[in-house]
Design a protein around this ligand. Sequence first.
Ligand code: PMP
Length: 299
Amino acid sequence: MDKAYIRGEVVPSEEAKISIASHSIQYGSTVFGGMRGYQKGEKFHLFRLEDHFDRLFKATKIFGMDIKMNFGEFQEAVFDLIRANKPEGDFYIRPFIYSDDEELTPKFIGINFDLAMYMIPLGDYLDTSRGLKLMVSSWKKFSDAAISTKAKAGGAYLNASLARSEAMRCGYDEALVMDDNWNIVEGSAENFLIVYRGEVIIPELGSAMLEGITIRTVIEILRMNGIEPRFEKIDRSMTYTADEVLLTGTGAQILFAESVDGREISKTSGKICELLRKNYDAIINNEHEKSKDWLTIVE
Ligand code: PMP
């Protein structure tokens, strides 16, 4: 995948460079997205492209980044990049809004922002064949009072990196992070839900969690199957005693926890995990009633 998109065109990746003195390098002032493309024969299925665009540009609105682009322009840039890269297999596209301005003051006013994108081949981001060993991190998720929790802001991922690194150092696969009130809100880069006394519980949207596109998909799959999730606070004890603990994300897709802080949850994937995986696979393979709404097919 040796082509990237920058300054309005597709160029060889080595030409997609920005200044070391740029606002984005120095202050982490980017907002980014992460989208998957699934190969199906000669075609590629992009999952919920318009929703990814919508979240990315809402993030620019939250920070007051001065950039305008409509969905048609964004989609065309994505198509150009995919066709230039001629992927073989599933891939991941990382679109992001950045500033190359060499501005010393950390501020958003008077700063120029632009779209750039690159692609990488991507199979499983985490191992889907087994359950994950999770750890509740000692690093808390920042609150929306500090940095927007609803935008994927580059600098804010220092927090995710701390949590994930701590978990890895302690021999776990992934971290769960708590908010200021000691409720578990998500993984380092995944949303989180539990099955508790037979009900599916998802943290409230107004908590510090990111509004993931996969968890939104999960909510719709559950409803289509007659299951109404509850949106509530989830504490540590509920997590330890849940029937299923699941993580969802574009990279991760749908994963189950084998254990949390050494408390066994389940050695095998549970009923809800299986239901979600079955539907998710059908959706991305264009074999589900929702596929037509959520897939963009690139020839
Ligand atoms: N939470 C965080 C902090 C994330 O980085 C991600 C990955 N984008 C998610 C949740 C899951 O979001 P999505 O399903 O849109 O990938």
